[in-house]
Design a protein around this ligand. Structure first.
Ligand code: 4AD
Ligand code: MG
Length: 430
């Protein structure tokens, strides 16, 4: 029976055929242990000299790393392996040989691995991270569909800039100027006025000269937007959503979390509600912690975010930032004009901001004034203002950065391992 590693549990005691690659092997005079992978998982194949033909055992011992094979064997339960099964190999048929595979079981430097990203993806660790990324995406669609949201796809080529103009990738759109989307938000606001509760999931681009463990040039964002939702309603969606993806990864990716050595007791605590502190309270906290250089109106950097996050076991919302720090579209606090009704969600364990969100300005005159203050071209934002001219309603939304979220949940240090082909400062290959 031809099957996959993920499915072998259905065939205990039976003979199966699996198309696989040899990930690693170790052998003695009498026995060879083959670490096999087929994309769906990893399994150990055991070849016993006394049980197979002589040339079969010779082949098992000489087969090279990443050679592709059809392997035939009997599925056995194996309590010692986290996977729970192994294969008693009876036959191997080589499909294509692999010669001098560059990524050997020894340690390699990061730059070397990044240059071989197209092959590095095959490793057990990278496989685990990609499976967790996939589970987060799956749970995202499940959550928002369950909650009555409609998926809407905003354009990638745009003529306007939601997050400020300094980080835009410029391109020509025939004779016009265009930019790669840095956020679908403005379009999602239009969609929310048509469909009520909407979410998007797509690539976004930031020409940021940042070289940190949290920054990618191209990253994927999930952007929900909800008509008639005010500031507090928005936070509730966020904490329910983030908890939902964490709990689903715990439930459906235990093998992968184990492969990564993730401390799952930390993830088990991630349930709604999450703590909230205002920017002012956060500033006071930082001063007490000895960050004396930072004053009201300054943005928080990674060390500040990490210090705040360390005070909590759950993600923490930092709310009501100074208006001057945030984009033009955020609704000012009606009780205090110098702060906006926004929140950043800071992940635990030093992973930084995973969500930025806010209530949006729904007053036409105020929006026009803010566009003017930010020196944005009124022609490019004409359509966005019109959303307020025809039955404006309070509305809110947020953007969750997928890669930072994958990094946090997987427990991997750097976002470069959380996307198949990372686009980083100075890296467009492979
Ligand atoms: O805080 P940001 O810039 O917010 C927005 O773009 C809003 N328009 C979203 C919205 O309200 N619809 O980005 C949102 C999130 C951040 O919290 C972070 O997780 C991620 O996107 N992010 C990045 N991830 C990787 N690399 C970068 N360079 C990132 N910039 C932002
Ligand atoms: Mg932000």
């Amino acid at each position: 029976m031809k099957t996959t590693i993920a499915e072998v549990g259905k065939y205990v005691g039976k003979e199966v055929i699996i198309g696989a690659w040899l990930a690693n092997k170790r052998s003695s005079g009498k026995i060879a242990f083959l670490q096999l992978r087929d994309g769906t998982g990893f399994i150990q194949g055991v070849v016993v000299k006394a049980e197979v033909a002589e040339d079969m055992f010779k082949l098992a011992k000489s087969i090279t790393q990443e050679t592709s094979i059809y392997v035939t064997g009997i599925v056995r339960e194996d309590e010692r392996s986290p996977f729970g099964y192994e294969l008693g190999v009876t036959n191997i048929q080589v499909i294509a040989e692999s010669v001098d595979y560059p990524i050997t079981p020894k340690e390699h430097g990061t730059e070397f691995l990044m240059d071989h990203r197209h092959l590095w993806l095959r490793s057990k660790r990278q496989h685990a991270v990609m499976k967790i990324r996939n589970e987060i995406i799956r749970a995202t669609y499940e959550f928002f569909n369950k909650e009555g949201f409609v998926k809407v796809d905003p354009p990638i080529l745009t003529g306007s800039a939601p997050e400020g103009t300094s980080e835009l990738f410029h391109t020509k759109y025939f004779d016009e100027d265009a930019y790669l989307s840095q956020s679908g938000q403005l379009y999602m606001e239009a969609a929310a006025m048509a469909l009520g509760k909407v979410f998007s999931f797509g690539p976004t681009f930031r020409a940021e000269k940042s070289k940190t463990r949290r920054h990618l040039i191209e990253f994927w964002m999930i952007e929900p937007e909800m008509a008639f939702y005010e500031f507090e309603d928005n936070l509730k969606v966020q904490e329910d959503y983030v908890s939902y993806i964490v709990q689903n990864v715990l439930k459906n990716c235990s093998l992968e979390l184990n492969t990564l050595g993730r401390d799952t007791s930390k993830l088990e605590k991630i349930t709604a509600p999450y703590p909230r502190i205002t920017y002012d309270e956060a500033l006071e906290f930082l001063h007490k912690k000895g960050f004396s250089d930072i004053t009201w109106g300054d943005d928080f950097g990674a060390p500040h975010e990490t210090a705040i996050a360390e005070a909590y076991e759950k993600p923490v919302f930092i709310t009501h930032y100074p208006t001057s720090l945030k984009p033009f579209y955020m609704q000012p606090d009606p009780n205090r004009e110098d702060v906006v009704l926004c929140a950043d969600l800071i992940a635990p364990e030093g992973y930084g901001e995973i969500i930025g969100g806010s209530e949006r300005i729904h007053d036409t005159a105020l929006l026009k004034q803010r566009l003017d203050e930010h020196k944005l071209d009124p022609e490019a934002y004409k359509w966005y203002v019109e959303l307020r001219q025809y039955g404006s309603v309070p509305h809110s939304g947020f953007g969750l950065g997928l890669e930072r979220t994958v990094a946090w949940i997987s427990g991997v240090e750097h976002v470069r391992e959380t996307i198949p082909f990372p686009r980083l400062l100075n890296r467009l290959y492979p």
